[in-house]
Design a protein around this ligand. Structure first.
Ligand code: C2E
Ligand code: CA
Ligand code: CA
Length: 440
């Protein structure tokens, strides 16, 4: 057999973002092609190169540390996006230098879907990036995405060269935000406008599926409840992750409608659960923007017969960046109703501790990026411990998300966290499967 041009075991990382670096990305393509069974058609690899045009200006205008912070944030968004939208073992995100990133996927995927994923990712990256200084302006980056379907003739170098050449042309042309290396766009690519209409129909036809992911106590492994997570299977573009689902809803101003639908369906399922189990629901900034949210939510829950005292609402930090006084008022109303409040994705953003002091939060949910490195890196562990100590000082319970290995579970238990949720114990599952699990 010919010698491989790459050391396929390369697993090197970009030190700023923790993503794979260029060498590791090329080695991954080579390994995927090498490992793919020969009798089957060629390995289905798709690639996109994401370039942030203005990152140099950011360094000049805001300083290098703001530029680095923005790159770390973009890396997080790419990682979160990929894990929401793609099968867990079949993708790789890399930073290949400066403001240039790569996303690779090895799974059957139509051109239409890959293009749609690129559009959704571009939108996610273009969302404002909060500045760590409270009164500073938010930053926005406008990415360009070069797309490629890898053919048998492409080795890893050629994949990279073709993408880089296209990215370069796109930068000079000031034209499209997204383009294919073949030059042809997917003409039937579904526009966001069409998707918005599809989404309304899907809500009406009850095609949004709700999955439940169990949560457990770390001290004795008993199940304490489950988080409801939404899914949408679109007939042509396939699975739409919850993040994109809400992005589409937001553009069309349907967030409240969608949230209400999900809450109602989840509550209707949860009334069949044993009394000791709690239900966690995610709410968006748009939900909290309505002053009447607390009352309307309470009415909805009461109609289904599920006790408010068994509900936890999970909110993300982004909510709090908005109008603190007004949001605080809505949260106070929810507290009066006996609903518990959790601060979601804690540690993924800037962790402004002030919010925890002034708002009636009961618990924090540590983002899974927080436990990524704690087992290997002393500094990650130190940050982790500081957050737990702060939570204890403020009398907040801690739920750890994304626990995938026994070693992680043992560590977070030893560090004094109360609860956890993650693939180690259970993935999100259908309402029926969840009932079987609790009754079994
Ligand atoms: P989230 O609230 O942080 O939800 C946890 C996400 O982590 C879920 O992704 C879950 O499947 C995933 N997860 C759980 N355990 C593990 C693990 O061990 N490893 C890994 N890699 N992932 C794990 P999902 O369902 O794709 O949801 C993504 C995000 O979309 C959610 O993040 C939430 O922000 C939003 N979302 C989902 N459903 C809803 C909803 O009904 N309403 C609202 N407003 N947002 C939702
Ligand atoms: Ca959540
Ligand atoms: Ca979370």
């Amino acid at each position: 057999m010919a010698t491989m041009p790459y050391d396929m075991s390369v697993d090197t990382r970009d030190s700023l973002t923790g993503l794979a670096d260029l060498g590791a990305a090329k080695a991954t393509i080579a390994r995927w092609q090498h490992d793919w069974p020969r009798e089957v058609i060629s390995c289905p690899i798709h690639a996109m190169m994401i370039t942030l045009g203005r990152i140099d200006n950011v360094n000049v205008a805001f300083g290098e540390s703001a530029g680095d912070g923005a790159l770390v944030e973009v890396a997080q968004r790419i990682k979160h996006f990929a894990s929401d939208e793609l099968d867990s073992t079949a993708w790789l995100a890399a930073r290949v230098g400066g403001g240039t990133f790569l996303l690779l996927s090895r799974q059957q995927c139509s051109r239409e879907r890959w293009q749609w994923l690129a559009e959704a990712l571009a939108d996610a990256i273009a969302m404002p990036i909060a500045s760590p200084q409270e009164d500073a302006a938010h930053l926005r980056l406008w990415p360009r995405l070069a797309l490629l379907r890898v053919t048998e003739k492409d080795d890893a170098d050629r994949v990279f060269d073709r993408l880089a050449e296209l990215a370069n042309r796109m930068r000079q042309g000031q034209g499209r935000r997204i383009d294919w290396s073949t030059g042809e766009m997917e003409v039937s690519g579904r526009s966001f406008r069409a998707l918005e209409a599809d989404l309304l129909a899907a809500i009406d036809n009850d095609e949004i599926e709700i999955l439940f992911q169990p949560q457990y106590a770390l001290d004795d492994e008993r199940m304490i409840g489950a988080e409801a997570l939404a899914r949408w299977h679109h007939p042509t573009i396939g699975r739409v992750g919850a993040g994109s689902l809400f992005q589409i809803a937001e553009r069309a101003d349907h967030v409240a409608h969608l949230s209400r639908h999900i809450a109602q369906r989840a509550l209707e399922q949860a009334v069949h659960w044993p009394d000791h189990l709690r239900l966690s629901l995610n709410i968006t900034p748009a939900d909290l923007a309505a002053d009447s949210f607390a009352m309307e939510f309470a009415r909805l829950a009461e109609r289904t017969g599920f006790s408010l005292a068994r509900i936890t609402l999970e909110i993300i930090e982004q909510v709090l960046l908005a109008d603190l006084d007004r949001v605080g008022h809505v949260l106070d109303q929810l507290k009066v109703l006996d609903i518990r409040l959790a601060l979601d994705d804690f540690g993924a953003g800037f962790c402004n501790f002030r919010y925890l002091k002034v708002l009636p939060i009961d618990c924090i949910k540590l983002d899974r990026s927080m436990i990524d490195g704690v087992l290997e890196d002393e500094r990650d562990l130190a940050v982790f411990r500081a957050i737990i100590a702060m939570a204890n000082a403020l009398d907040l319970a801690v739920v750890v998300e994304g626990v995938e290995t026994e070693a992680q579970r043992a560590l977070v238990a030893a560090e004094g966290c109360e609860y956890y949720q993650g693939f180690l114990r259970a993935e999100p599952m259908s309402a029926e499967a969840f009932l079987r699990l609790v009754e079994g």
